[in-house]
Design a protein around this ligand. Structure first.
Ligand code: MG
Ligand code: ZN
Length: 358
């Protein structure tokens, strides 16, 4: 009798403990996926153009973010990236700095300081505005060489993208590739070399400047790079933070090219698939998808369900101030619902990790 009572008590204790920790569960890892210029219409275009359901349709926790920068209703990707990365609104064109020019710490740098592994992956030069916002501190997004040099002052574990020229073919004569090697990085110049690395530090510069668009044959560079980075980062028992950017959704938006937008969206969705597959197996990973701003003011006027072809209209060749989607999956995902400022994405990630910003 006594024994049954003890067993029942233990049962209850374990039940209460697990239901409690499930609610307060903190992710060990966060994967932030940024679709640059990926507004609602871009997202819908990808869904409609695909004959199969997209991975992005599996997300249940969805929010909207206001994207204005400190000095403009319509943001650029530098100010938007800085808001997402560091929770600070800044002026258009600024990278990792507040409007007064003071450097601000990004979630990547905070994660690194807390013992986590970190990675940046992008389908553009790795020095471009969005990835740069997570690691560099410069008053202009155009300072690609200064941004490249900022990578050397950090402890980042993995970065994969284009931009080799900004590291190795510089006006100041420094060879940052050699300096990275001295710091212990394996260097990869193409995706075959990237796929051979599964531990340690990796600096992969797979194009002189930007990798090609999907329509021009980029292939599976971005999903493969995502997988390669995950394989290295998952070795850290403390966890990791990784940002992957679908950079060229924005560029096809600037070109008002619906075919290009669809191709970039479907590529970005394959990246989402890799992240979800990892998160499902791991069970302790939060996946967040965010757009930094709208590009093109895209509207969908027609759809042929037999051919999956869309009739599209654009209101601009630039960005707009339209509110943007955020989606989350995994422990902490419920924090990302609602309508809030883009800086809230950083706040929510920080809170999910349980870190403080100073
Ligand atoms: Mg970008
Ligand atoms: Zn743009």
């Amino acid at each position: 009798m006594e024994r049954t009572r003890v067993i029942l008590f233990l049962f209850l204790a374990v039940f209460l403990f697990t239901s409690c920790t499930e609610e307060d569960q903190k992710p060990k890892n966060i994967i932030l996926l940024i679709g640059d210029g990926m507004s609602f219409a871009h997202l819908q275009a990808g869904i409609l153009a695909s004959e199969e359901p997209l991975n992005i349709e599996e997300f249940r926790h969805i929010g909207f973010i206001h994207t204005s920068s400190a000095n403009n209703f319509v943001t650029d990707s530098g100010a938007a990236g800085t808001a997402l990365a560091s929770g600070t609104k800044t002026n258009n064109g600024f990278i990792g700095m507040d409007p007064d020019g003071n450097p601000v710490r990004s979630i990547l740098q905070i994660a690194s300081d807390n013992g986590l592994s970190t990675a940046l992956v992008a389908s553009c030069a790795i020095t471009h505005a969005t990835p740069a916002s997570f690691i560099a501190h410069q008053p202009s997004r155009n300072m690609a060489e200064e941004i490249a040099a900022d990578f050397l002052t950090t402890d980042i574990d993995v970065f994969i993208g284009g931009g080799l020229d900004h590291f190795a073919n510089r006006s100041d004569g420094r060879n940052l590739v050699e300096e990275l090697e001295t710091k212990g990085y394996r260097i990869a110049y193409n995706m075959d070399e990237v796929m051979q690395v599964s531990s340690g530090k990796l600096a992969a510069l797979v194009a002189d400047n930007h990798p090609p668009s999907m329509l021009d044959g980029r292939g599976d560079m971005l999903p493969q790079a995502t997988l390669a980075a995950l394989n290295i980062l998952k070795r850290n028992p403390e966890g990791f933070f990784m940002m992957v950017e679908g950079a060229q959704i924005d560029w096809e938006g600037h070109s008002n090219d619906i075919e290009g937008i669809v191709a970039e969206m479907l590529d970005f969705d394959r990246v989402i698939g890799k992240a979800l597959e990892f998160a499902r197996q791991d069970g302790n990973t939060l996946v967040v998808i965010a757009s930094d701003h709208d590009t093109g003011g895209l509207a969908l006027h027609g759809f042929d369900s037999d051919t999956h072809l869309l009739t599209a209209g654009f209101t601009t060749g630039g960005h707009t101030g339209l509110i943007q989607p955020v989606m989350a999956w995994g422990p902490g995902a419920e924090k990302f619902t609602g309508i809030y400022e883009n800086t809230g994405v950083f706040d929510n990630m920080l809170e999910a990790f349980g870190f403080s910003s100073n």
